[in-house]
Write a protein that binds this ligand. Structure first.
Ligand SMILES: [Zn+2]
Ligand SMILES: [Zn+2]
Length: 171
């Protein structure tokens, strides 16, 4: 995921538009059990401000994620705006990566870390196939979005009852 600053470096105070298309790394979604089902499409306008190359980016892709309630895979379109600040490595005394600066050497800047962070921040903690997903029946395991099961609500696992008892005795 590299930007070629060859032309931009010669023109301070000017900006250049970049367009990248690449495959997302499924490892980024491993915690959720998801994967990328469309390429990453990235559009960035970078301005050469003198020392800092300041960028505004737009990222588009589509993920497949398992619903945290019914466990079915569903498609999750992702569209994110993100900012970038790139600095040549020779200035690394003045700027810190902790402040979000990305260092580059020569004429190519790798923006992978910034792109992956933007995706990571946009991931839902508990993905839902739809806001009102009814999930699975805790007793028979049927998908309640498609079938109404006849399990009784009050049919509580006796082991949980025992635990609840112990818990209240302890207080
Ligand atoms: Zn669901
Ligand atoms: Zn049931």
């Amino acid at each position: 995921m590299k930007l070629d600053f060859h032309r931009l470096k010669l023109r301070p105070r000017e900006s250049e538009e970049f367009y990248l298309q690449t495959q997302g790394d499924d490892k980024l979604l491993a915690g959720l059990g998801g994967k990328f089902i469309s390429p990453l499409e990235i559009e960035i306008v970078v301005e050469n401000t003198g020392t800092i190359f300041s960028g505004r980016g737009k990222l588009k892709t589509e993920l497949q994620l398992p619903c945290s309630r019914c466990l079915r895979d569903f498609s999750f379109p992702l569209e994110i705006d993100f900012d970038l600040a790139l600095v040549e490595e020779s200035h690394n005394g003045q700027y810190s990566p902790d402040e979000g600066f990305i260092f580059f050497r020569g004429e190519e800047a790798d923006i992978r870390s910034a792109v992956e962070e933007a995706i990571f921040m946009a991931l839902p903690l508990s993905p839902l196939c739809r806001a009102d997903c009814k999930g699975l029946c805790p007793i028979c395991g049927q998908d309640l979005n498609h079938t109404a099961c006849s399990c009784e609500e009050q049919d509580i696992d006796p082991r949980w009852e025992k635990l609840k008892q112990l818990d209240s005795e302890r207080r």
